[in-house]
Design a protein around this ligand. Sequence first.
Ligand SMILES: Cc1ncc(COP(=O)(O)O)c(C=O)c1O
Length: 426
Amino acid sequence: MSTQKIATNALHAGHDVTKNGGTRAVPIYQTTSYVFNDSNHAANLFSLKELGFIYTRLNNPTNQILQDRLAAIEGGIGAVVFASGTAAISTGLLTLLKAGDHIVASSSLYGGTYNLLNVTLPRLGITTTFVDASNPDNFRTAVQENTRAFFVESLGNPKLDVLDLDAISTEAKAAKVPFIVDNTVATPALLNPIKQGADIVIHSLTKYIGGQGNSLGGAIIDAGTFDWSNGKFPEFTEPSAGYHGLKYYETLGAASYTFKLILEGLRDFGGALSPTNAFNIIQGLETLSVRIKQHSQNALEIAKWLEQQEEVAWVNYPGLESSAYKSLADKYLPNGQSGIVTFGAKGGFEAAKTIADETKLFSLLANIGDTKSLIIHPSSTTHQQLNEEQQKSTGVTTDLIRLSVGIEDVDDLKADLKAAFAKISK
Ligand SMILES: Cc1ncc(COP(=O)(O)O)c(C=O)c1O
């Protein structure tokens, strides 16, 4: 495992220039498939007697560099990349779970993930109990005999609740289930969930890691810490009908989940990342630790400024003294709290919509983590499929505006918001 820091790993990990023609930049291997030496070589690759590239749905040399880099940065033993964060989450869960299984999840989740757990997975017989994650005991209370995973976001989108990962991971260990942490908003530059007891870390690479708003991507990083032989996961210990009798845990040990994600998850669900998007995301990752400092600094300054504006009812940012999550932020996010700020418009739903419509530098769109500043009114957009009660449990109120604060000059951002506030009808 790498002992180097993120700023170094983000630039170098996974890329051996001697094996890639001396290329200083990571090359794009834009190919679907790989020529076998002969049929025996092909047979060995398929039976895992030899490791190598077969088909880009399973792996690709550019993607492999991104995977190795992410594993080094998050402190995992392996990583697998996907076409989007959502593909990572759905494939990650479906590789672990089967009909009859149960998840305990924080209710403060990205709306798409909430829908997957609340509507789509139950259709397949996989149910979820959502809990208020601010009290880690709630995870214990929700555990059932068929519980097979805990799922949380380290910094919830858009509630911005900082979770007590140490305490929740203790509950996951007691329940003998893997602790899965979506670390998209916090980013590995600010928080490494594996150090706090996570077994599996998920990222939407579309956000801060890619960072420029040009490529979708997702990743799963496997800590290699979970004991798949504890009796709750027979798919890891019994011969796999899906991979000619392979006993994952006996053959692959700590790397069982990483391999299962590739051999069954990517093979069967097909959510592979394109090598060109992997390249774009690698360009972003190289500067993540520099960018996230500026995002965090700008976001804190905007949050403090918003607290003083008469059009603003409340402000939520974990770095604010007024935040309910300040002490958890001090513990888990001491070097910055990332770039998302939410606030309530005093005029409610209509005023919030007006502000989102009237900003010019802040682009009205459904994304976060771009270098450019973004704004959205979740109640009428990303969370409109949820009823008001469900919206509330994910942290969305009708007056809430979410900012993804970019790395522009912060004075220009304040002026843009000020001009939009002036358009609210009094
Ligand atoms: C915390 C979080 N996880 C996962 C996702 C899904 O990622 P993607 O849009 O890359 O599918 C998002 C998207 O907004 C997100 O905010």
